[in-house]
Design a protein around this ligand. Structure first.
Ligand code: DX5
Ligand code: ZN
Length: 221
């Protein structure tokens, strides 16, 4: 499978959200990455259901919704109704992660688990065959435009092995600080989905930038 690109709408222009959604529709992007922040789990607040619904109204590609919120179980149904296709919860917020994953799947969504930079991928051993996606945070969650954490490559390698050993179908998604300099190495190391916010939306031509992020080939160190 060739890798997927998921532009993060956190970096979009919210006063022109339809324009930016159409840009992604008309690009080679695969998913919309939608970041939900509650000001509790992370030190920032993003947006809620009305904005997700507005995005969904125009989006022609799946909504990959990344929950950076405490007690996500309270809102799973709401996120389904708002239009989430893939719903990712943080392992650090879930006391009963297995139950949460089953609830997401029972609602008809793909289930993802996100892990912070300090969280070991080995904590996923007993859940890896139940999930569709692992979101490896390559920055501390809360803000777009942060610097990529280099230890992420090591985590991707360990996770790739884990997925292979347990014959899991989970995709490896990398979220934070993905740019033109690191994306090829991330793919070569085993990443399947790249989230890109700042790199796409701060570029002069976002459609071209997305196309560039789809180009494969060996990276030069
Ligand atoms: C960070 C978010 C990311 C963010 C990525 O907490 O989860 O999805 O939007 O933005 P960039 O690509 O700018 O680091
Ligand atoms: Zn995210």
């Amino acid at each position: 499978m060739s890798h997927l690109i998921a532009p993060s709408v956190l970096s979009a222009d919210f006063a022109n959200i339809q324009r930016d959604v159409e840009m992604i529709n008309n690009s080679q992007a695969d998913w919309f990455h939608v970041d939900i922040m509650d000001g509790m789990f992370v030190p920032n607040i993003s947006f809620g259901f009305p904005v997700i619904k507005a995005i969904k109204k125009h989006a022609k590609k799946p909504l990959d919704v990344h929950l950076m919120i405490v007690e996500p179980d309270r809102y799973l149904q709401n996120f389904k109704e708002a239009g989430a296709d893939i719903l990712t919860v943080h392992i650090e917020t879930c006391t009963h992660l297995h139950r949460t994953i089953q609830a997401i799947k029972a609602l008809g969504m793909k289930a993802g688990v996100a892990i912070n930079p300090h969280t070991s991928v080995n904590l996923l051993i007993d859940i890896i065959t139940d999930i569709d996606l692992v979101c490896v945070m390559s920055v501390n969650p809360g803000f777009g435009g942060q610097k990529f954490i280099e230890n992420t490559y090591h985590k991707i390698s360990t996770l790739t092995e884990l997925i292979k050993v347990f014959k899991s179908k989970a995709l490896i998604e990398i979220d934070g600080g993905v740019d033109m300099n690191n994306y090829k190495r991330l793919i070569d190391t085993g990443a399947n989905v790249l989230v890109a916010g700042n790199t796409v939306f701060s570029s002069a031509n976002p459609v071209e930038t997305i196309a560039s992020l789809k180009i494969v080939g060996s990276y030069a160190q």
